[in-house]
Design a protein around this ligand. Sequence first.
Ligand code: 0X9
Ligand code: ZN
Ligand code: ZN
Length: 305
Amino acid sequence: AHDYTKYNNWATINDWVVSISSANADLISRQEIGNTYEGRPMHLLTIGKKTGSAKPAVFMDCGFHAREWITHAFCQWFINEAVSTYGSDPEMTNLLDRMDFFVLPVFNIDGYEYTWTNDRMWRKTRSRNSGSSCIGTDPNRNFDAGWCTVGASSNPCSETYCGSSIESEIESKNLANFIRSNKSIIKAYLTVHSYSQLLLFPYSYKYDLAADHSELLSVSQGAIAALSSLYGTRYTSGPGATTIYLAAGGSDDWAYDLGVKYSYTFELRDEGRYGFLLPESQIKPTCEETMLAVKYIASHVLNNL
Ligand code: 0X9
Ligand code: ZN
Ligand code: ZN
């Protein structure tokens, strides 16, 4: 059965996506943005009060990398918290009245399924590579942002394989097509990874500072201050290139260069003690503190339209 304080497999998440959408039809609608390589449907939820007119939106995805299980848990937590605090939490109520959240709870579904059935530490997609027996592409090296120039590999056996071409992965193409189609309303792009307790913003494919560097930095500092106000969890924020490493082809840099100004990558708990194997006892505190950062960013977006 589905449990917000446990890690749920894809079948459980998928059933839950269908049921929470129908149980909250006033606030949630569901659509498929395409199928994965192995044919699983990529369900995207739109969360917000239905007003009849187009609202500005925040796009958020979880589960780019299969083994980063806390991220899948966070998207589920966010959706539940949004619908269950609408009407009581003034900040969430204001956000959902005036904007929409597009949430993709599991981006790399095939990889996630593989971490449950075969290899808990799998990272990449599960697509076949011609001329190689190695499987998968790193989806966060597969976007059109300095593609495969730095911090990525052209070897299909590498954990950071950039793929045979930009958006070679159907999951990347489905996500990019959705964002391109809704570019005029998408004001922020949040992509949730783990681990290291970082809040990153462009650029990661080059050392150049983003044109919006000072605003991105100050919003990131406000967001991590809000996050740490709950349990004192310490985050670092900054441009990817100097805060984590140079790595091209990420969806954050791609979205930013497309024109989505508030583009952030979260690296959730912890700092390495458990790493990708974060105990279930940390799901609730991690999600509760991360909610504060996401709401901080969304409120900033709304106040600066
Ligand atoms: O390397 C990544 O894709 C991310 N770290 S992870 O450990 N979750 O794999 C960081 C992504 C930062 N952004 C870009 N490199 N564009
Ligand atoms: Zn990741
Ligand atoms: Zn809560």
